[in-house]
Design a protein around this ligand. Structure first.
Ligand code: URP
Ligand code: ZN
Length: 454
């Protein structure tokens, strides 16, 4: 089916213009004033923005963290994603210790069947050795051009030498490595200290992992990347102090990319005192107002490259299954549905960023950095992943009015403006007036090498 989207304002990272868009055979066929096509279904986007589909650089669907399996799999997570305007997610396909990257890739391909948004994978490497290194070319052939290393979690963390070697190997392969930066040894000591003070509930969580726990790890990663001579990506940056370390590395001439998440822009550690404080136990933890402000300023200045969600959702029953002990509460929260609304409401509507910057952060930046070369921009020849964004919508997020499977949202109570009224995925209209009419149409997107952006 062909579509002619009329009367909308097309927003790209480079600029905006009122123009019609013709979609044929899954791609953008033409753009211009007064386009005509007799066979095309017309979509009237009067009063709306037409945005490139959002790309979420950080999701954990169908993940068994060891303490619980996430409430969302690719079916429920993908549904929530597209209803919020996210047309592609990059999920973490996680290697098991003793297993291979190929096995993890195949497992994640199976998991992703029935997903409503497009999907690709970052491979999370739990074990770096010669065998893993030898798998990188096969990963490239399969369209994987990014990896993740953890400095935390006993089942996943790799040592600094492994990070150094993996960074070098990835660079040779044209791939980018993202790293979860926290100092595991120190934070574990602090967990014991905090608990010894009698603070065992959620309020103990941020005290065990304060800003220097992240900043030390970012600084160390920056120096390791400097020694390796490789680009590097910091996932879910949450602190002003971590940002300062990344700035220092950039000032030395290093190629450093940064991702943050809506929760680190909008929520603070005051949330842990709430009755439902378990909801906010995620790592890194929520921070101070001053950290949120520093991250907003960095966004406005173009210093942050992507906004992912770190969607890693659990039901309240799962959150509480081991009691109120912050050390044992499954880490993570929901977010995949609301990223666009939150950035639009608290970024664009508040005048902190422009609509073009929003598109850069949600669509164009992730597409370029992670090698989705025919997405992230509205232009002839590009894949038709498109969002008709209605700026007139006003609503409020609650724990229950969401499309994801978890029965809670860290953003419950926040007012939002704007919504994804219609969504086209690979040229098909899958969301119509806010309703998912064609579920399960997501495809695997094989990616090219990472695109240098700095
Ligand atoms: O708490 C979180 N973020 N859980 C998901 C895994 C991770 O650390 O990214
Ligand atoms: Zn994560």
């Amino acid at each position: 089916m062909d579509f002619l989207i009329q009367n909308g304002v097309v927003v790209n990272a480079e600029g905006s213009a009122r123009t019609d868009v013709l979609v044929q055979n899954g791609r953008i066929a033409a753009m211009g004033e007064g386009l005509a096509c007799v066979n095309a279904v017309r979509i009237n986007a009067e009063g709306c923005f037409l945005l490139p589909g959002f790309i979420d650089t950080h999701t954990h669907f169908d993940l068994d963290t060891g303490s619980a399996r996430t409430a969302d799999d690719f079916v429920t997570g993908g549904r929530a994603a597209v209803l919020g305007g996210t047309t592609a997610v990059l999920d973490f396909a996680t290697q098991e210790r003793g297993g291979t990257l190929v096995q993890a890739f195949d497992t994640w391909q199976e998991k992703a069947r029935g997903c409503s948004c497009n999907y690709g994978f970052h491979m999370a490497i739990a074990e770096w050795n010669d065998k893993t290194a030898a798998e990188l070319p096969e990963m490239t052939r399969r369209g994987v051009t990014s990896y993740k290393l953890y400095m935390v979690y006993d089942a996943l963390r790799v040592d600094d030498g492994a990070i150094y070697a993996a960074l070098k190997a990835a660079k040779n392969e044209g791939a980018l490595i993202g790293v979860h930066c926290e100092n595991w040894d120190v934070l574990n000591r602090r967990i014991q200290e905090v608990k010894a003070r009698g603070l065992t509930g959620p309020a103990g969580h941020p005290l065990s992992r304060p800003a220097p726990v992240e900043a030390e790890a970012v600084a160390r990663l920056m120096r390791i990347a400097e020694l390796a001579g490789s680009p590097v990506y910091v996932v879910h940056l949450s602190t002003a102090e971590g940002l300062a370390e990344a700035r220092r590395a950039r000032a030395r001439g290093q190629e450093v990319y940064l991702e943050t998440c809506p929760q680190y822009l909008l929520l603070t550690d005051a949330c842990y005192a709430a009755e439902d404080g378990v909801k906010f136990v995620m790592s890194p933890p929520l921070r101070k107002d001053s950290d949120c402000e520093a991250l907003w300023e960095a966004l406005a200045a173009g210093e942050i490259d992507c906004i992912g969600t770190d969607h890693c959702s659990f039901t309240m029953a799962q959150k509480l299954q081991y009691g109120n002990d912050f050390q044992r509460i499954p880490n993570g929260g929901a977010g995949v549905q609301h990223r666009g609304q939150l950035l639009y409401t608290y970024g664009v509507c508040k005048g902190r960023i422009t609509p073009e910057q929003m598109v850069q952060l949600l669509s164009a930046g992730p597409a370029r950095l992670f090698g989705l070369t025919d997405r992230g921009t509205i232009a002839p020849g590009m894949a038709a992943d498109l969002v008709v964004w209605d700026p007139a919508y006003e609503g409020r997020i609650s724990d229950t009015n969401t499309a994801h499977n978890a029965d809670n949202s860290p953003f419950a109570g926040l007012s939002v403006r704007g919504c994804a009224r219609d969504v086209l995925l690979n040229g098909e209209r899958i969301v119509e007036n806010g309703v998912l009419v064609l579920p399960g149409r997501g495809k695997y997107v094989a990616r090219k090498g990472y695109g240098k952006c700095r």
